[in-house]
Design a binder for this molecule. Sequence first.
Ligand SMILES: *Cc1c(COP(=O)(O)O)cnc(C)c1O
Length: 483
Amino acid sequence: MRKERPKLLFEISRPGRRAVRLPENEVPETEIPAGLRRKKLTLPELSELDVVRYFTRLSQLNFSIDTNFYPLGSCTMKYNPKLNEATSSLEGFSGHHPLTPMKFSQGSLELIYRLQAQLSEISGFAQASLQPAAGAQGELTGVLMIRAYHTHRGDTKRRKMLIPDSAHGTNPATVTMAGYEVVEIPSDTEGNVDLQALKAACDDTVAGLMITNPNTLGLFERRIEEVTKAVHDCGGLVYGDGANMNAILGILRPGDVGIDVMHFNLHKTFSTPHGGGGPGAGPVATNEKLVEFLPGPIVEESADGFRFHMPKHTIGRMKAFHGSFGMLVRAFTYILSNGGSGLRELSEIAVLNANYLKHKVSEVFPAKYNRTCMHEFVSVGKLSDRVHTMDVAKRLLDYGMHAPTVYFPLIVKEALMIEPTESESVETLDEFAAVLLKVAKEAEETPELLEQAPHEMPLRRLDEVYAAKNLVLRAQDLAEVEL
Ligand SMILES: *Cc1c(COP(=O)(O)O)cnc(C)c1O
């Protein structure tokens, strides 16, 4: 049964209804100064129960990890353990003001110090800074550090950053923001960087390379050491996009294979919530070449305890105060609760789960590259001239499964990118595979069912281009939109 569109706050509002009563005013009323308010505010008027029901129902319309399977490739939508919420809500962390003097902040500083050390150890680097607020901001941080490094040495000819054509869109955006020019490197027939093309592009105008390993096709970059060596040989540095660390924890350390600086997405690899669930965190870690360029403050240990420190040639701050501290507490909890061998095991299970699923659906959704995958794989979702990847994705919603990532990476036409993560049981994977095969059967027998999907969601197929071009950002305007 299709769920009804819920009534909006403005539609259930009744004049004079209210949730709270303020105490009698003890101070004289004044007018709001002219010009501060453009027009009269119209706010919905509701009882407390109206508000509770409205937001509870709204939350029930969401797909979430806590309610549904969420195999969104590249995003690593793994389970967010409730233990992380318990520790980050501890009064000593959640109630601690960032301006509290250092001597009264030793516990929080120690947590930052130990997380810096854990991330450095996991990735094989000398030092981490927990400042950046997202993976994309970590990228910008790393590329600004690379730029500062070249500038510091008086090497100002380097204007180009090399990026494989399978890269995430944030990589070229980062390069452009950092004032460099993007040079695209093609992939070879195995889905890895084309080494010949890379070598041909390396010269003394290259500042560096940004590379993701495993890459966004879910494939391990087999000749990673030759790749990083080619860049180092021409004087460039290598940035590692760490969004796929989930696949290699405890197995491979990027610092050991020639990466110079990388970011972590704590909301992917270390189970802190994504998007609407809260702010992100994208710490960066680096080797000795770039340590003094890290953003600060970072925490160091001294005879008087833990204290903040600014690296000598720091690129400055990337974020107010000390990063997304609540997320740091959650990631720290996750690392400690798994331990070293536990982290390795979860990467092994992430890879096993992806390969299991890839095999189960391969007859109908063959992987684009026929290799053992890492934590995710990319198939082709187009099933016929009529049924495209988007139709498959929309139909999955009717079966209570979040759609995988679609139409990314860009080098695979009609891409369907699936990442089950280590959180899921074999039963869930079997159920998902069965649904995918069922949808493929429907595509043959009743293609119109897929073309018009979803059928059972509160809203049907939306015109996403229209929605993006005609943003409606206020709830009271939404009531007038025909859905
Ligand atoms: C998610 C992702 C990013 C960007 O990270 P955010 O934390 O979303 O800013 C960059 N590269 C890859 C490969 C990613 O999957």
